[in-house]
Design a protein. Structure first.
Ligand SMILES: [Zn+2]
Ligand SMILES: [Zn+2]
Length: 252
């Protein structure tokens, strides 16, 4: 569900029970629940503490009784059950695996689950976006690279459910870094068409991101050469990733 200017609040339900992820705006979720009176919100997953992901928590918990599961390392504006890597959360037949993915914030986590008969789902908050990655507010480039490597190792048909519709601006930067990437150029045209119809570009498969996202491709010869040309100090995986992230920060 779209919220604010470019957030998505993901909602998953089985006709009786629902979970939501990063509800920055309670009203969006309450409207949906009012339109689906047979569905009860029982679980809220939180990836990190930023207000656009957490401002709806207290009201939703109070009005629905849903339990909040979030990063054990971070303080949220409502009481929560803190979780971290290697913990699992059972939810109506799904087995959510928690991954520590620091970088955007120090305690950022992600949730991944296999879904019977469907592709696995990844809720990755502001760590991985289509065509990009989160800004490094609290973590180091080395941490973010390690976090993205962890996400990139998940099954390739995983559906990436990121928390922002940043795809077109990310792809503009990706094309500047990696102009000869045919898959990137094809994907860009598809995303332009979706956005012209006000449709989301997400979710997107992890295999697509492996092919087009410069932050998952920072070790490729095309991306690393482009970074090195701009910043001669980019000499290894971490300095190349750091220079790529710094380039994106300045890119207009
Ligand atoms: Zn954030
Ligand atoms: Zn955000």
């Amino acid at each position: 569900m779209p919220a604010f200017t470019d957030n998505y609040i993901w909602l998953l339900h089985n006709d009786r029970h629902a979970l939501v992820v990063d509800p920055g705006d309670a009203a969006v979720v309450l409207d949906w629940l009012a339109q689906h009176p047979t569905v009860q919100l029982d679980t809220i997953l939180v990836t990190h503490h930023h207000a656009d992901h957490t401002a709806g928590l207290a009201e939703l918990a109070e009005k629905t009784g849903a339990q909040i599961h979030g990063p054990v390392m971070e303080v949220l504006p409502a009481p929560q059950h803190g979780v971290q890597e290697n913990e699992r959360l059972a939810w109506h037949g799904l087995d959510w695996q928690v991954l520590d993915v620091p970088g955007h914030t120090a305690g950022h986590i992600a949730f991944w689950a296999e879904v019977p008969g469907q592709a696995p789902i990844l809720f990755c908050g502001d760590t991985l976006f289509s065509g990009g990655c989160g800004r490094l507010f609290e973590g180091t480039p080395a941490q973010m690279l390690q976090s993205l490597d962890k996400l990139a190792a998940l099954p390739a048909h995983t559906q990436v459910c990121a928390a922002h519709e940043y795809t077109l601006s990310n792809l503009k930067f990706a094309q500047a870094v990696d102009p000869d990437n045919a898959a990137l150029n094809t994907y860009h045209r598809a995303c332009v068409q979706l956005r012209e119809q006000s449709l989301p570009t997400l979710p997107v498969s992890l295999s697509n991101e492996q092919a087009i996202n410069p932050f998952l491709r920072s070790r490729s010869s095309a991306v690393s050469a482009a970074v090195k040309q701009r910043d001669p100090l980019a000499v290894d995986d971490v300095t190349t990733f750091a220079a790529l992230r710094a380039w994106k920060n300045e890119f207009k």
